[in-house]
Each structure stands twice: as structure tokens, then as C-alpha cells.
Write a protein that binds this ligand. Sequence first.
Ligand SMILES: NC(=O)c1ccc[n+]([C@@H]2O[C@H](COP(=O)([O-])OP(=O)(O)OC[C@H]3O[C@@H](n4cnc5c(N)ncnc54)[C@H](O)[C@@H]3O)[C@@H](O)[C@H]2O)c1
Length: 296
Amino acid sequence: MKKVVIIGCGKVGITYAYSLISTKMNLDEIVLIDIDKEKLNGDYLDLKHSICFSENDLKIKIGDYEDIEDADIICITAGVAQNTNTTRLEDIEGAKNIYKEITDKLKKYKFNGIYLIASNPNDVMCYSIHKYLGYNPNKILGSGISLDTSRFIEILLDEGYETDGYVLGEHGDSSFIPWSNFTIDEKNPNEVFTQEEQNEILKKVHNISKEIIKSKKATYYGVATNLTRITKCILDNIKYTMPLSCYDKENDVFIGNIATINKDGLVEKIKINFTEKEEMEYQNSVNILKEYNEKL
Ligand SMILES: NC(=O)c1ccc[n+]([C@@H]2O[C@H](COP(=O)([O-])OP(=O)(O)OC[C@H]3O[C@@H](n4cnc5c(N)ncnc54)[C@H](O)[C@@H]3O)[C@@H](O)[C@H]2O)c1
């Protein structure tokens, strides 16, 4: 019996639940937890009505913290709704209080599965689970940088380029693109884009969420699909390598890296050969994240 518990069923949490229902995988039960009981009941009923003609034979229910004991994944999507006036890092105070409240409840029950974190600031909230619960950091994954990578790939596709590239570092304004490690249309990126154009692409990656939030006050489809992909790898035990937030033991931070995952969470953080500039960009993200981890 495979079970996912979602804590914080707002726009991201509910879209993730819907994406789980719509994606074929080894999943038997989804449990929804939120403090806004009235809205949760409406979303629960609406989601329940989407199951009967879906390809998945699963159950969904409104639950509580005792439901975590036999769960495979706890996905935390509770948080402060995004806005265009603050950075993800600046939302730390609100996010910290919510995570303290949630972890105080989680502490009362035994859980051995994987924590999958969507809340922002993503890398810092992953660290908070490790810090507040003393939980094995290799069993904590954050979807953060996978979304920056999806955005990067789509921005290039819109301009007519294909890439096997990715974004790394903080899921936030210090994320960077390690151009020396991949190709654009099978060519060295430096042959395709000038330095100025590369900077412009990174700026677009950083700013596109603000454009979406300005238009409809939130982003949720991209993150929900990426969370679903990670969930499928865990539940179906698929060994898969992708960009996500995982534990960097050397620097004692959670940060966007290329990681291989499976049912046990992090199998391996892939070593990337950075140029001197890329190494500095990675360290810049590390330093920012360390500073915010200290605020927890
Ligand atoms: N990782 C990503 O790529 C990504 C993308 C988009 C949004 N996010 C983040 O996801 C989080 C949620 O965003 P959203 O748009 O769904 O916001 P939202 O306001 O729609 O949902 C937040 C939900 O959390 C619930 N909640 C608050 N405190 C709680 C608690 N103590 N226990 C249980 N539930 C609680 C609220 O009732 C609400 O339903 C934010 O932190 C946002 O920044 C991450």
C-alpha cells in the first residue's frame, strides 16, 4: 500500500494532488491536511470526483498527522503565498513559523519515508526539516531548482533552441546556469550565445515567476508536475537523475544540484566540473543559503 500525505493544500498542494490522480503510478492513497478545513472539504470533494474515470485506482481522504505513520511520502506545500514584492528568501519568517508548527505535530509520530518539500524558500525549508526533526538529510528532497530548469528549457525552446542544460544553486535569485556542462543544439553554448545573451537568459529564468504571479497571483502547474515526477521515481522505485534540491554534505546546505534519486530518496549527488566562474556562483548560493539557514 503506497501513500502520499500532502500538508498544506493550497494552490500548489491541490494541483499536485490532481496531478497525482492523473498520472499512472504505484499509489493507493492520498491524504490531505490543511488548517483551512472549509476550503479543504471543497477541494477534497472536487478531487474525489476526478478519480472514477482516471487511470489510477486510488483513494483520497482528509486526514491528520497520525496518517503519516505508514506513509511513503510527506509532501509539504504549506507556506506563504507568493507575491511580487518579496523574494522567496524574504518570506522566511512566515514559512519558518508554519514549519515549526507542522514539525511540532510531525514529531509525535513515527515516519520513515521521504520528505518532499515544495514550500519556499525551498532549499531553506528542506534544511528546516533536517534541523527541526533531526531527519536523515538524504531522505529530504526539494523540488526547487527543477522548476527553474523547466523554465530555462522552455525559454530556449521558445527561441528555437534545444538543450540538455539545467539551472543549479538556490531556487531563487542566485540560481545560475552552468553553461560549460551542456550543449545547445548539440553545440558549445558559447558558440550559440554571447555572454550578454547568456546573462539575459538567466535574467528571464529569474523573472518569469514574477510575470506569472503578476498575472494570476500564483504559480502551480510547473511545480506540481515536477513534484509528481519525483513522486513517481520514489513510489515506482525508478532510478532517475534530475536537478533538485538535495543535501550538500560538504557545505551543510540543501541546494539545487543534479541528483540521482529512487525509493530511498537521494542515491547520489552528481559531481559537476565547474569552471572558476561557475564554482563562484555555486559558492555564492551556498553562502546565501547558509545565512538564511541560520535564521531558522
Ligand atoms: N518549489 C516551487 O517551485 C514552488 C512553486 C510555487 C509555489 N511554491 C511555494 O509553495 C507554497 C504554497 O504556495 P501556494 O500558492 O499553494 O499558497 P496558498 O496560500 O495557496 O497555499 C498555502 C496553504 O498552506 C496552508 N497552511 C498554512 N499554514 C499551515 C499549517 N500550519 N498547516 C497546514 N497547512 C497550512 C494554507 O491554509 C493554504 O491552504 C509557498 O511557499 C510557495 O512559495 C513553490
